[in-house]
Design a protein around this ligand. Sequence first.
Ligand SMILES: Nc1nc2c(ncn2[C@@H]2O[C@H](COP(=O)(O)OP(=O)(O)OP(=O)(O)O)[C@@H](O)[C@H]2O)c(=O)[nH]1
Ligand SMILES: [Mg+2]
Length: 415
Amino acid sequence: MEKAIIIGLNLNNNPEFHDSMVELENLAKACHIKIQDKITQNKDTPSIKYYIGEGKVEELKDLINLYEPDLVIFNDELSPSQIRNLEEALEIKVIDRTVLILDIFARRAKTTEAKLQVELAQSEYMLPRIIGMNKSLSRQRSGTGSKGPGEQKLELNRRLLRNKITKLKKDLKSIVEIRRHQRKNRKSTNIPIVALTGYTNSGKSTLMNAIIDYSTHHDESYAFRKNMLFATLETKTKKITLDNLKNFLLTDTVGFIKKLPHNLIEAFKSTLEEISEADLLIHVIDVSNKNYDSQIKTVKNVLKEINADNIPVIYVYNKIDLIDNLPIVETENSIFISAEKQINIDKLLELINIKIEQKSTEIELLLPFDKGDIYSSFKDNKSIIFSKYENKGIRIRVKLSEKEINQYKEFIIKK
Ligand SMILES: Nc1nc2c(ncn2[C@@H]2O[C@H](COP(=O)(O)OP(=O)(O)OP(=O)(O)O)[C@@H](O)[C@H]2O)c(=O)[nH]1
Ligand SMILES: [Mg+2]
């Protein structure tokens, strides 16, 4: 087991700082690293040279002499020159949060696609850093951060690494084509696609299992679930058939975390499209985690980054079996459940059904000028695709549910 000291910079008294350090510890544990100590520093901006201040570097040196760790881990992504400077000053392996996350992904990847995606992200991360690492301590590097398919990456020069990236992208492309084709077929059947999304370890795969249990034709192939970070990296889609409710396709895929490396989001684009192209999202929240609020924010930010922030969402507050009091009240878009204890799964399925029924169709309306209130309600719902003032009124193209189409049928000019 490797031993490490972790270092965090608390920029501008960030209220989430402490939790992100705890999370860093958990990421390290997932890489089988033992944490010996942690140091933190309050600062307004990171130092360009060492990320932390020079005084802290000295303090860190003393701790390194005391504990003799194998490596030090920083809570943020370091620049190539910061890694170089730190490795030279500390004479020890220096890695960052991104390396840990990439390492865990490398450990979990099972399918060819996931392996290629992780390797691509690792290579992209390495590319600007390879020179610095060669210069300092490359010969001593082993263990975390040098795991996975790119084992000899330090011996490769930039050019070879670039060639590798090109090749990985090409290999991925053909797999992605197959996936896109499958998704297109799925879409053409008109069965709504519902995607599970949420923070890692929130219970997405457990919920997938619970819903499959309700399905009238469920088979044995359940999604993998486990109490660990990033248990699920691959995508699984199952048809859910229900007796009295509409059928739908349910997709389980990778969870999110704070400071998710951008390289990883890029590399996992094709997997994340399963989310961004869904008709409805089920945002699973671990309400027993005291940071669930900031986890919701993190997930929302990633959804925005992958252009999935316009899809209707049901907020599913999970693991209520672990808490005594519910911190908030349910709304028409949220529900409290326990996926593990199968509490309120039936209610959730009804809510999903309601949302699916609201699924919208594109139509064109001519609204008389005195119907400005209808126009503004469409605007509020962000359902307007295009609008134009004409002699008799405003011509608009909107996305409407079956119910709304009925409600406004007198204004419809084109279906
Ligand atoms: N007590 C309790 N535990 C739950 C509940 N739902 C899930 N869990 C546990 O939470 C852990 C994570 O569950 P997963 O379903 O693997 O979580 P996930 O969101 O798929 O995680 P990733 O695939 O890593 O993103 C497992 O140990 C589950 O048993 C629940 O309702 N109550
Ligand atoms: Mg999972």
